[in-house]
Design a protein around this ligand. Structure first.
Ligand SMILES: NC(=O)c1ccc[n+]([C@@H]2O[C@H](COP(=O)([O-])OP(=O)(O)OC[C@H]3O[C@@H](n4cnc5c(N)ncnc54)[C@H](OP(=O)(O)O)[C@@H]3O)[C@@H](O)[C@H]2O)c1
Length: 280
């Protein structure tokens, strides 16, 4: 398992399990339990995924010591302080832990002041030791610039849509400069990497390594220094994705995959998102 050293010195596993659309109950429980059994130590969830309680139970039953695990969760909305506190305590309770390793603002608000107020609350949690690291998700460069005008703590991570069709090179350069780690979501492009022009490039590379296209995409992200959290509820794929950590791509293969970028989003554009309303 490789680790990223975040800007506060904390070491975060560079590879983990995504759990968006992993149904709460038996599916989430069994998925996480299996992943932990085969070596995953980093689980990415969110208040919005409604599966924190099943994940918390799977973690507890795994018998793995809390200090050996990385748990990321996300604050669903920018709410008033009372609601933010309530949401955070609910996440801790469901995850059966007294701290999270990484807490993210799930979506930016279009109002800079609201993002600043939310971040101030995150900073408070960080200083109280309730989060080992705090970060943001879906923040564009201009949104980070705005946030940094108010912030006392520079976010440690920005989790964004990132895959061969949207390589996020300009954002990555900016984040590298700011010492903010970049984390990919949607690495498989909602299945897009298995089709058309993506498959034309990725399938021969996969064949040359005797690996799958999914594994090549994960290896490409890891090799770029990106935190990768592919999601699967299928045991064979959970294992396959885990094993992608051992793949080494050549410079030429990296260049070929980098060239697939077309700024092609399959998730919501943060500049036009309908989320982030201020709720009393
Ligand atoms: N911050 C945000 O706003 C945000 C947004 C979206 C996602 N995320 C996070 O990022 C994680 C990953 O993103 P994602 O869930 O959108 O997409 P993803 O990991 O790109 O893809 C998941 C899909 O690919 C399939 N799959 C997984 N491994 C495969 C393999 N080896 N071969 C073939 N198919 C495979 C899964 O099927 P099965 O499950 O049926 O096996 C599932 O349908 C999420 O789970 C979540 O934790 C964050």
């Amino acid at each position: 398992m490789k680790y990223m050293t975040l800007n506060n010195g904390v070491k975060m596993p560079q590879f983990g399990l995504g759990t968006f659309l992993v149904e709460s109950g038996e599916i989430a429980y069994e998925t996480v339990k299996y992943a932990l059994e085969i070596g995953y130590r980093h689980i990415d969830t969110a208040q919005m995924y409604k599966n924190e309680a099943s994940i918390g139970q799977a973690i507890k039953d795994s018998g793995i010591q809390r200090k050996d695990l990385w748990i990321t969760t996300k604050q669903a909305r920018h709410m008033n302080l009372v609601h933010m506190e309530k949401a955070f305590l609910e996440s801790l309770d469901k995850l059966q832990t007294d701290y999270v390793d990484l807490y993210l603002i799930h979506w930016p608000n279009h109002d800079e002041e609201i993002n600043a107020a939310t971040w101030a609350y995150f900073e408070k949690l960080y200083h109280e030791g309730k989060c080992r690291a705090i970060g943001i998700s879906n923040f564009q460069i201009h949104m980070i610039d705005d946030l940094l005008k108010h912030a006392h703590v520079v976010p440690m991570v920005n989790q964004v849509e990132l895959h061969p069709g949207l390589s996020q090179e300009p954002l990555k350069k900016y984040l590298d400069k700011m010492q903010i780690a970049i984390e990919s979501y949607g690495p498989l492009m909602k299945g897009g990497v298995f089709m058309d022009r993506y498959a034309d490039v990725l399938a021969p590379i996969a064949k040359a390594h005797d690996k799958s296209i999914a594994q090549i995409v994960i290896a490409w992200g890891l090799q770029r220094g990106i935190i990768m959290i592919p999601k699967s509820i299928t045991p064979q794929r959970i294992k396959e994705n885990y094993e992608a950590q051992d793949i080494k791509l050549s410079a030429d293969e990296m260049t070929q995959i980098n060239a697939l970028n077309r700024g092609n989003r399959v998730y919501t554009d943060p500049d036009n998102s309908p989320w982030g309303a201020y709720i009393d």
